[in-house]
Design a protein around this ligand. Structure first.
Ligand code: SF4
Length: 330
């Protein structure tokens, strides 16, 4: 009998879930997803990992603990590098070791994703490692990987057509082709890691609040990677964090788009990469000087009243800009 594999609804889940899910299902593995982040998950994560890591890693610890008694294995890849000559953040690289030594968990399934060196066949290496661990044969692994990659491609196309992750992976799983979704009104760009932008418990539902204010939201993942890289090339030095490249490039891209009336950078307290990329984005937005830009740093102490006050002030500035009729940033 194949093991039940748990997937924490945290960190890389927000980028790669359709790929993982499709692959694991294809090789006949039952998966179990931790529930959406809630107070209990947050408290368990905070209690388990103390103060030395960023909020998203603490939240991930809470999700891992939520899987503890329900699964045989937990999928927690070690992301070293997602692109040539670039790295992931050190906390993502070391996460399997950190939780293995800090939490009492079922065995971890932690294939290494390292495109810095193994640039040709990273997915095949990972798929073979996972297949071996769960007892799947080579033909099934290769067949399932091909299907999963196709599903993931559909998912990325849907994101870039204006969908958000949840609806994109449902449509991708159903085999739907992207049906472009134009913004319904003025656009606010919400820039940050997918796990801070889409996890509504972490960010006090920023996305929903902006939509309720009558704004369309666009995120970094909705900008094609090649477009973001071209825009980030305006920096004097190449950023060696892949996630930072995407965030900065997407922000620079949105700052040039008509109809974008504001930008919010969502950062995590204690995140080294965010402290640099957030500053690069804020400086560039200030230099353009035409649309309002808000930097929000989140941690477990982020008081709702404080965040909402700043958000309201930001929305007031956006409204004032719209009244003046200036909605283009150069
Ligand atoms: S990039 Fe920042 S927020 Fe993400 S895991 Fe690393 S330190 Fe945490």
């Amino acid at each position: 009998m194949k093991p039940v594999v748990g997937i924490p609804r945290a960190l890389l889940y927000w980028q790669y879930f359709p790929l993982w899910q499709s692959f694991l299902e294809g090789i006949g593995v039952e998966t179990y997803l931790s529930p959406p982040t809630g107070r209990q998950i947050l408290q368990d994560g905070l209690a388990a990992l103390g103060t030395d890591v960023c909020l998203p890693v603490k939240v991930a610890a809470g999700h891992l603990l939520a899987l503890r008694d329900r699964v045989d294995l937990i999928l927690l890849p070690r992301l070293v590098s997602a692109a040539r000559r670039e790295y992931a953040c050190p906390k993502l690289m070391g996460l399997p070791d950190l939780v293995r030594h800090s939490l009492s968990l079922p065995p971890l399934l932690s294939p290494v994703i390292d495109r810095y060196r193994h640039d040709n066949w990273p997915l095949i290496r990972v798929a073979l490692a996972v297949g071996r661990r769960v007892g799947a044969g080579l033909p099934a692994v290769l067949r399932s990987l091909a299907r999963a990659v196709e599903c993931y491609r559909r998912y990325l196309n849907l994101l870039q057509a204006g969908y958000f992750p949840q609806e994109a992976w449902e449509a991708a799983g159903a085999g739907q082709a992207p049906d472009p979704r134009a913004p319904a009104g003025d656009v606010v760009a919400l820039i940050g890691h997918p796990y801070t932008v889409y996890d509504r418990e972490i960010n006090l539902n920023l996305l929903g609040r902006l939509e309720r204010a009558g704004l369309s939201v666009r995120t970094a993942e909705q900008v094609p990677e090649a477009t973001a890289r071209r825009a980030a090339a305006a920096l004097p030095k190449h950023l060696f964090w892949t996630a930072g490249q995407q965030a900065v490039g997407a922000a620079f891209h949105y700052l040039e788009q008509e109809g974008v009336v504001g930008m919010i950078s969502v950062m995590s307290f204690g995140c080294g990469p965010d402290s640099m990329t957030g500053d690069l984005i804020a400086r560039r937005a200030r230099r353009g000087g035409i649309i309002p830009h808000l930097s929000l740093t989140l941690d477990e102490h982020a008081a709702e009243a404080g965040v909402l006050t700043r958000l309201e002030a930001f929305l007031d500035m956006v409204a004032a800009q719209r009244e003046r009729g200036v909605v283009v940033c150069g």
